[in-house]
Design a protein around this ligand. Structure first.
Ligand code: ZN
Length: 427
């Protein structure tokens, strides 16, 4: 493999508190020492005017394989990730069969090695079949290589079972990721319960349906002294609960999606099912609380919850359409908007995609330290572009951001020293 010299970019590596214009060298799939060996014939990549960061990590994606390769495969999902600037993705276990057993984890790892163009880190289920009744074999899942356990898409309702799960996870040093949803409070809900659900005649999904589980998780993280991470938080109260608990030293953390910090429930007024998510889009007040949570560090990570669905599944009445949208290709640009709005500095934003998820999941990733795997993303922060979902690398087309004018784009994605995505400039 030819060495690379990424020249003249603004290099931001929050793990090393680095933010300066310098070169980055890559040799044998690793970040090289600062000065090249004599006679080194490196390929030079001109990064002047660009930002060079550790390869971005998305800790919440659905690759749909095994089981729903009509929606996405590990091959198409990772290609989508590479285009979006992501070198590592963490995939959710709600596949078919469920990733609640070692052979499904082995299958995912094997497919990722054979067909994936970025690193794929699987998670395992908390309960068998995500049914919330019986614990999955957490120790075996750990040995099979999962980086966390979660019932994402579902939520363990039995608080005692959840407590046992967290205790087992602690024994195996696995973080627990939770999709926070109380089934009774949210039964039949399709939209945030409030003005718009009432005006549009849609069944409401109150913020309390999320908040009670976040509160439960705070208490269980405290009781077990172990890490629970709240996935895709969307409500103001959830952010407040996590902030208060974090300040007391409770091992609780959170992620937010670009759609929740960008959109509100007002977007539902055309009944477009591409705005139907779980949890639902909420009010401007909730969105502002998410921004405040990002700014003060209560929310450490940004993740897409990339959730592909076939067009025929989404093109039905709002009530019966599935929840979720694809997000890997628009995630970075929507997040860079936070820097332009001065919610975050650029290094703070990079942190939420690199060192923070890496630390949380104990991944040996997220830094440009010499000797680290050469996973690198090069970003053009000024690039203006329009998202055309018809040209997505995903097999699915369910994005609410089709046709949006965006700014900022990954122009090169490097995994283990290999260029897996390079934007061909049209003129
Ligand atoms: Zn979820």
């Amino acid at each position: 493999m030819k060495p690379l010299r990424i020249k003249g970019g603004r290099v931001i590596d929050p793990a090393n508190r680095l933010d300066e214009v310098c070169d980055v060298l890559v040799r044998d799939g690793k970040i090289g020492a600062a000065s090249p060996a004599p006679g080194d014939e490196a390929e030079v990549i001109d990064a002047r005017g660009k930002i060079v960061v550790p390869g971005l990590i998305d800790m919440h994606v659905h690759l749909r394989e095994p089981g729903r390769s009509d929606q996405e495969t590990i091959e198409t999902g990772t290609r989508c990730a590479a285009r979006g600037g992501f070198t590592s993705v963490v995939c959710m276990p709600n596949t078919s069969p469920t990733a609640d057993n070692t052979s499904t984890i082995a299958f995912i790892k094997q497919r990722a090695a054979a067909a994936g163009c970025v690193n794929v880190f699987p998670t395992g289920a908390i309960t068998r079949g995500l049914k919330g009744e019986e614990l999955a074999p957490i120790g075996s899942l750990k040995r099979a290589g999962v980086v966390a356990i979660t019932d994402d898409g579902s939520c363990v309702q039995n608080n005692d079972l959840m407590r046992r799960a967290v205790e087992y996870a602690k024994m195996f040093e696995l973080p627990v990721l939770d999709h926070c949803q109380d089934y009774n409070l949210t039964a039949g809900g399709v939209a945030h319960e409030g003005y718009w659900s009432a005006a549009l005649g849609l069944q409401g999904w109150p913020a309390a349906g999320e908040d009670v589980i976040v509160a439960r998780d705070v208490l269980l993280a405290e009781l077990t002294d172990w890490c629970i991470h709240c996935q895709h938080v969307s409500s103001a109260r959830a952010v407040g609960l996590i902030r208060e608990a974090t300040q007391r030293g409770v091992k609780i953390s959170a992620e937010v999606t670009p759609h929740h910090f960008t959109l509100t429930d007002e977007y539902l007024k055309n009944y477009d099912s591409n705005f139907k998510m779980n949890p639902p889009l909420r009010t401007a007040r909730d969105r502002d609380a998410l921004l405040a949570g990002l700014a003060d560090g209560t929310i450490q990570c940004i993740a897409s919850d990339h959730a592909p669905h076939c067009t025929h599944e989404k093109e039905v009445e709002f009530d019966i359409a599935p929840f979720g949208i694809i997000g890997l290709e628009t995630e970075l640009a929507l997040s860079l908007e936070l820097v332009r709005k001065k919610v975050l500095t650029l290094p703070q934003l990079v942190e939420k995609f690199t060192v923070n998820p890496a630390r949380l999941l104990r991944l040996d990733k997220g830094t440009l330290s010499p000797g680290a795997d050469a996973d690198i993303t090069i970003i053009d922060p000024d690039r203006q572009w329009t998202y055309d979902v018809g040209k997505s690398a995903s097999k699915s087309r369910n994005s609410p951001f089709h046709g949006w004018d965006l700014q900022g784009k990954a122009v090169m994605t490097i995994v283990d020293g290999k260029i897996v995505w390079r934007e061909e400039r049209a003129g």
